[in-house]
Design a protein around this ligand. Structure first.
Ligand SMILES: *[C@@H]1O[C@H](CO)[C@@H](O)[C@H](O)[C@H]1NC(C)=O
Ligand SMILES: *[C@@H]1O[C@H](CO)[C@@H](O)[C@H](O)[C@H]1NC(C)=O
Ligand SMILES: *[C@@H]1O[C@H](CO)[C@@H](O)[C@H](O)[C@H]1NC(C)=O
Ligand SMILES: *[C@@H]1O[C@H](CO)[C@@H](O)[C@H](O)[C@H]1NC(C)=O
Ligand SMILES: *[C@@H]1O[C@H](CO)[C@@H](O)[C@H](O)[C@H]1NC(C)=O
Ligand SMILES: *[C@@H]1O[C@H](CO)[C@@H](O)[C@H](O)[C@H]1NC(C)=O
Ligand SMILES: *[C@@H]1O[C@H](CO)[C@@H](O)[C@H](O)[C@H]1NC(C)=O
Ligand SMILES: *[C@@H]1O[C@H](CO)[C@@H](O)[C@H](O)[C@H]1NC(C)=O
Ligand SMILES: *[C@@H]1O[C@H](CO)[C@@H](O)[C@H](O)[C@H]1NC(C)=O
Ligand SMILES: *[C@@H]1O[C@H](CO)[C@@H](O)[C@H](O)[C@H]1NC(C)=O
Ligand SMILES: *[C@@H]1O[C@H](CO)[C@@H](O)[C@H](O)[C@H]1NC(C)=O
Ligand SMILES: *[C@@H]1O[C@H](CO)[C@@H](O)[C@H](O)[C@H]1NC(C)=O
Length: 790
C-alpha cells in the first residue's frame, strides 16, 4: 500500500477509534494489589548469575536490621546514602545526581544536557559523554549515579520542564540513547539508574508534599500526585520501550517516579514494578524511589520498591521512610521478610557485578546532602584534560540549523554585532543561581543558559560564553566586535550599533527548571522584542536559541532579515566554543530535532499539563500512542519543523535502498535479556533478533564536507498505527563533497511488532510494511516494502 493511502486510512481509523473514547477502567487492573501482581523469583538473569549467588550468600548472613540498612537511605554526605553493613565490610553507598554530571559537586565538568546530545544523533558521542561522565562520578566516590533519564519524561508534553534532561519524543530513539548511556556509565565502573519509571510527563502536582513545590493548594499529605492514566498498548509501545533497552544494557537500578500510574503511586505500583518491570522485562536490579516519591512504607515494600530514597536522610523533609519502621513492619508480620531479602539482594547483585565489592572507591570529600545546597565543604578536581573537547564537539554536533537563507556560515565578517544577555556571563557569578531552583535576584542579568535547573543542573567549572568565543575568533580574524549584553531599554543601542555591522548575532533563551512546568512556550521575557528590534536595524540577523524544547518563533521566523536560526539547546560549559565552530563553518551543522516543533502550541494534543485544582488530579493520556510526530502525521498537521529536521551547509541525496534478509542474526546486545512475550518466539530471545538489514547510499551533493543523520521509518500495517514510526537512525559522518557513504540499519523483530492487549504479547502484523529512509520524518525519498512470510 502506498504511504499516502495508508496515511488516510489510518487517520480515519485513529480518529474514530472507540478505544480512545472509553478507554480506561483503572480499577479493573488492581495495580496496587501485590497479591495479584507478586514479585517474580530473582535469578540474576543472563549475566548476573555469579553476582547473584554471591549477593544471596551475603544477604543470607545478614540480620533483618542489616538487610533493611541495605535498602534504606540514611543521612550522609551524598544526595542519597545507603547505610551499608559495617560488620560485613560493606560501606555506605553514595548516590548522586544527575544526568549531565555529578551534582552538587565542584571539580567536575558541566556536560551538555540530554537534548543537546540527542540532537547529535551520534551514538558514539552519546556513549562517550556517559563514559567520561561516569569516570567523574567514580573519581568523586559515587557508587550510584542518578542517571540517565530513560524516557521519563519521554517528551509527551512540550511544556514539561525536564524534557531537556532526556532524549527524543520517540521510544525507539530514546531506547538507543538509554542503552548507550547506561553502558557508558557502567563501563566506567559505577551503577546507573534509569529514571523516572514510568509515564512521568509533567511536574505540576508531581508531589503530595507542598514544601518544595510552587503549586501547593492543599496541605501536605492531602494532595495526591498527578495520576498518569494510560492504556496497555500505549504503555508497551511508547513508555515502557526505552526502559526495556535500559534493562538490556544491564542497568543496575531503576528509579520510580513521582506520579501515580492509574491512580496508584508509581513507587507503590505492584503492576508496573512487580509485573511489568521485574517479570516482563526481567529486571534483576533494584527499584529506588525518587526523593519524595515513596508515600507509604507498606504499600511501597509490597508494591516492589527495593530502596527507599532518601529514606530518613535529606533532613527528613521527605518523611522517615523504611529504616526502623520497616524493621517493625517485618517483625509484626505486615511485610514478609522474604521481600526485604529480595530487595537487599537486588541492591547488592549489581554492586558485586560491577566489581564495587572488590575496589575501594575514592573517599567522598564533597558535601552534597544539604537540601538547600549550601556550598560544598570539600574539593577534589576529577576533570580530564580531554573532556572540554568532547563537550565542545557535542555542542557543535548537536547545534540544529533550522533556517538559513545565507546568513551562515559566517563569511569573514569584519564588523560583528552581538545582542542579548544570553551571550554573556551571569552578572553575579557562574553558578550563582544555585543548582536547584531559580535563586537569582529578579533584576539580575542571568547570562547565557548553558544548563537548565534542578537535579539536572551541574556546577560549571567555567562557561565559555558566546561572547568569549566570538571575541577570540574576531581577534583571530582581525574583525571588530561589539556586544549589547542587556535585554531591556536597548532600542537606541541597537539602532546605533547594528546598521554598521556585517552580521548581528542575537542570543535568546527559555529557562526550564525541575518542579515548574513552563507556563507557555514563549522565549524568556524581552527576548522576542530583542529579535524584533534587531531585524528592524539589520538585514543579516542570525538568531541563536538556548532552549529546553519548542519555543514560539512564528512572529519573526519568516522575516527576511533573519538569515539563519540555530537551536543550540543547553550545551554545557563549552557553549561558545561549540557554537562558534558551527557559525564559522569549522563544523558543518548536522544536528536534528529530537521532537516535533509545532507552529502553534495548540497543534499538539490537548491536556498535556494538568493543573486542575483538585486533590486527585488526573492526566488521561487520551492521545495514546499518538505522541509527537505520530500525532502530527496522523492528523495531517504541518509543523514548523518536523521531528528529525535540521539543515546543513551542504546538501545530500539518497539512493540505492537495499533490504537484505540474509543479514538476519541473533541479538548481540543484551547484557540482560527481557522476558517480553512474543507470539513468534522459537525458544530464543527472538524479539530482539535482527530480521533484516537496510542500507542506503548518502551522497554529498554540495561543496562542503558534512555529516548526515539518515533516518529509517517503518509503516506498520495495522489499523491503529500512525503513518510511520522511527526504527533506525545512523549518523553518516564526514562525507566529502561529491563523495558517498553508506547508512546501515539493523531492523529487529520488535521494531516491526505491536502489542496485542488481549493476548498480552508482541506480534508482527501480517501485511505489507513500508520501510522508508531519508533525512527527516517528513522527507523520505527512499522506500521499499517487506511482508512477513507466514
Ligand atoms: C488482590 O488480588 C487477589 C488475587 O487476584 C484477590 O484475591 C484479592 O481480592 C485482591 N485484593 C483486593 C483488596 O482487591
Ligand atoms: C557470615 O558472617 C560471619 C561473621 O559474622 C563470617 O565469618 C562469614 O564469612 C559470613 N559469611 C558470608 C557468606 O558473608
Ligand atoms: C547502618 O548504616 C549506618 C551508616 O552506615 C551504620 O552506622 C550502622 O552500623 C548500620 N547498621 C547496621 C545494623 O549495620
Ligand atoms: C502547604 O501550602 C499551603 C499554601 O501555600 C501553606 O499554607 C502550608 O503551610 C503548606 N504546608 C506545608 C506543610 O508546607
Ligand atoms: C492502566 O489501566 C488500564 C485499564 O485497566 C490498563 O489497560 C493499563 O495496562 C494500565 N496501565 C498501566 C501502566 O498500569
Ligand atoms: C505493625 O507495626 C507498624 C509500625 O510500628 C504499625 O504501624 C502497625 O500498626 C503494626 N501492625 C500490626 C498488625 O501490628
Ligand atoms: C533572572 O532569573 C531570575 C530568577 O532566578 C528571574 O526572576 C529574573 O527575571 C531573571 N532575569 C532576567 C533579566 O531575565
Ligand atoms: C523598544 O521600544 C519599545 C517601545 O518602547 C519597547 O516595547 C521594546 O521593548 C523595546 N525593545 C527593546 C529590545 O528594548
Ligand atoms: C525601526 O527602526 C527605525 C529607524 O531606526 C526606528 O525609528 C523605529 O522606531 C524602529 N522600530 C522598531 C519597532 O524598533
Ligand atoms: C530589514 O532591515 C533593514 C535595515 O537593514 C530595514 O530597512 C528593513 O525594514 C528590514 N526589513 C524587515 C522586514 O524588517
Ligand atoms: C479521565 O478518564 C476517566 C475515564 O475515562 C474519566 O472518568 C475522567 O473524567 C477523565 N478525567 C479527566 C480530567 O479528563
Ligand atoms: C535459536 O538458538 C539456537 C541455539 O543457539 C540456534 O541454533 C538457532 O539458530 C536460533 N534460532 C534462531 C531463529 O535464531
Amino acid at each position: 500500500m502506498k504511504l499516502d493511502v495508508l496515511l488516510s486510512l489510518i487517520t480515519v481509523v485513529a480518529l474514530n477509534s472507540p478505544a480512545l473514547a472509553d478507554w480506561l477502567d483503572i480499577a479493573s487492573l488492581d495495580s496496587g494489589n501485590a497479591t495479584r501482581w507478586p514479585p517474580p523469583e530473582l535469578t540474576g538473569g543472563k549475566s548476573w548469575a555469579d553476582a547473584f549467588a554471591k549477593a544471596s550468600a551475603l544477604v543470607a548472613n545478614m540480620t533483618l536490621e542489616e538487610k533493611v540498612n541495605m535498602t534504606s537511605g540514611v543521612p550522609g554526605r551524598c544526595v542519597g546514602n545507603l547505610g551499608g553493613v559495617p560488620r560485613l565490610g560493606i560501606n555506605s553507598f553514595c548516590l548522586e545526581d544527575g544526568p549531565a554530571g555529578p551534582r552538587p559537586v565542584h571539580g567536575v565538568s558541566q556536560f551538555p544536557a540530554g537534548h543537546a546530545t540527542a540532537a547529535t544523533w551520534d551514538e558514539e558521542l552519546i556513549y562517550m559523554r556517559s563514559y567520561v561522565m561516569g569516570k567523574e562520578f567514580y573519581d568523586q566516590g559515587v557508587h550510584i549515579a542518578l542517571a540517565p533519564v530513560t524516557g521519563g519524561p519521554l517528551g509527551r508534553a512540550p511544556r514539561m520542564s525536564r524534557n531537556w534532561e532526556g532524549w527524543y519524543a520517540d521510544p525507539y530513539a530514546t531506547g538507543v540513547a538509554s542503552y548507550l548511556s547506561v553502558k557508558g556509565l557502567q563501563d566506567a565502573g559505577i551503577a546507573a539508574t534509569a529514571k523516572h519509571y514510568i509515564a512521568y510527563e509533567q511536574e505540576t502536582f508531581r508531589n503530595q508534599f507542598n514544601r518544595t513545590e510552587p503549586y501547593s493548594i492543599f496541605p501536605a499529605g492531602e494532595q495526591h500526585s498527578i495520576s498518569s492514566n494510560l492504556d496497555d498498548k500505549t504503555t508497551h509501545e511508547i513508555y515502557l520501550w526505552s526502559f526495556a533497552e535500559a534493562v538490556r544494557a544491564g542497568v543496575a537500578h531503576i528509579m520510580c517516579s513521582y506520579n501515580e500510574v492509574n491512580q496508584t503511586q508509581a513507587c507503590h505500583n505492584a503492576y508496573t514494578q512487580n509485573h511489568l518491570l521485574k517479570r516482563e522485562l526481567g529486571f534483576q536490579g533494584s527499584i529506588m524511589s525518587d526523593w519524595g516519591g515513596q508515600h507509604d512504607n507498606v504499600a511501597s515494600a509490597l508494591g516492589g520498591l527495593d530502596m527507599a530514597m532518601p529514606g530518613s536522610g535529606y533532613g527528613g523533609i521527605f518523611g522517615q521512610m523504611w529504616g526502623e519502621n520497616l524493621v517493625a513492619l517485618v517483625e509484626n508480620g505486615t511485610v514478609p521478610e522474604d521481600r526485604i531479602t529480595d530487595a537487599a539482594t537486588r541492591v547488592l547483585t549489581p554492586w558485586i557485578w560491577l566489581g564495587q565489592d572488590q575496589t575501594q572507591l575514592p573517599e567522598v570529600v564533597f558535601n552534597g546532602a544539604s537540601p538547600f545546597f549550601v556550598a560544598p565543604d570539600g574539593y577534589r578536581d576529577v576533570r580530564d584534560s580531554n573532556t572540554p573537547a568532547l563537550i565542545r564537539r557535542i555542542g557543535a554536533e548537536g547545534a540544529t540549523l533550522l533556517k538559513n537563507t545565507g546568513g551562515l556560515p559566517l563569511k569573514n565578517p569584519q564588523r560583528i554585532a552581538v545582542v542579548g544577555n544570553d551571550a554573556t556571563d551571569n552578572a553575579i557569578g557562574t553558578n550563582a543561581c544555585g543548582t536547584a531552583y531559580r535563586t537569582c535576584p529578579s533584576d539580575n542579568s542571568n547570562g547565557t543558559m548553558s544548563m537548565g535547573g534542578g537535579s539536572g543542573y551541574v556546577y560549571a567549572p567555567y562557561i565559555i560564553t558566546p561572547v568569549d568565543a566570538l571575541k577570540a575568533r574576531a581577534i583571530d580574524t582581525g574583525a571588530e566586535i561589539s556586544a549589547i549584553t542587556v535585554d531591556t531599554n536597548v532600542n537606541s543601542s541597537i539602532q546605533s550599533l547594528l546598521p554598521s555591522a556585517d552580521v548581528t548575532v542575537v542570543f535568546v533563551n527559555s529557562w526550564a527548571v525541575e518542579g515548574f512546568d513552563r507556563p507557555n512556550i514563549n522565549l524568556n521575557p524581552n527576548h522576542e522584542e530583542l529579535i524584533t528590534a534587531a531585524v528592524n536595524s539589520s538585514s543579516n540577523v542570525v538568531v541563536v536559541m538556548h532552549i529546553p524544547g519548542v519555543v514560539d518563533v512564528e512572529k519573526w521566523i519568516d522575516n527576511e532579515n533573519v538569515t539563519a536560526v540555530i537551536a543550540a539547546w543547553y550545551p554545557g560549559q563549552e557553549s561558545g566554543n561549540g557554537l562558534v565552530d558551527v557559525l564559522y563553518g569549522d563544523v558543518n551543522p548536522s544536528g536534528k530535532l529530537p521532537f516535533t516543533w509545532a507552529k502553534n502550541y495548540e497543534d499538539y494534543y490537548p491536556n498535556t499539563i494538568i493543573a486542575d485544582a483538585v486533590t486527585s488530579p488526573q492526566s488521561n493520556f487520551t492521545e495514546g500512542i499518538f505522541i509527537d510526530y505520530r500525532w502530527f502525521d496522523s492528523r495531517n498537521i504541518t509543523p514548523r519543523y518536523e521531528f528529525g529536521f535540521g539543515l546543513s551547509y551542504t546538501t545530500f541525496s539518497y539512493s540505492d535502498l537495499v533490504l537484505d534478509e540474509s543479514g538476519a542474526h541473533s541479538d548481540e546486545h543484551a547484557v540482560q535479556e527481557t522476558n517480553e512475550p512474543f507470539a513468534e518466539a522459537d525458544g530464543n530471545n527472538s524479539l530482539y533478533e535482527v530480521l533484516f538489514t537496510v542500507s542506503a547510499t548518502v551522497t554529498n551533493t554540495g561543496k562542503t564536507m558534512g555529516s548526515e543523520v539518515a533516518q529509517l521509518f517503518v509503516s506498520i500495517p495495522e489499523d491503529d498505527q500512525p503513518p510511520r514510526v522511527l526504527r533506525g537512525f545512523k549518523k553518516v559522518k564526514d562525507i566529502a563533497a561529491g563523495a558517498s557513504s553508506t547508512a546501515f540499519f539493523e531492523v529487529r523483530r520488535k521494531d516491526l511488532s505491536v502489542w496485542d492487549v488481549v493476548k498480552q504479547t508482541w506480534y508482527i502484523p501480517e501485511g505489507e510494511f513500508t520501510i522508508s529512509v531519508g533525512p527527516s520524518s517528513r522527507t523520505l525519498p527512499l522506500s521499499t516494502t517487506w511482508s512477513k512470510t507466514v
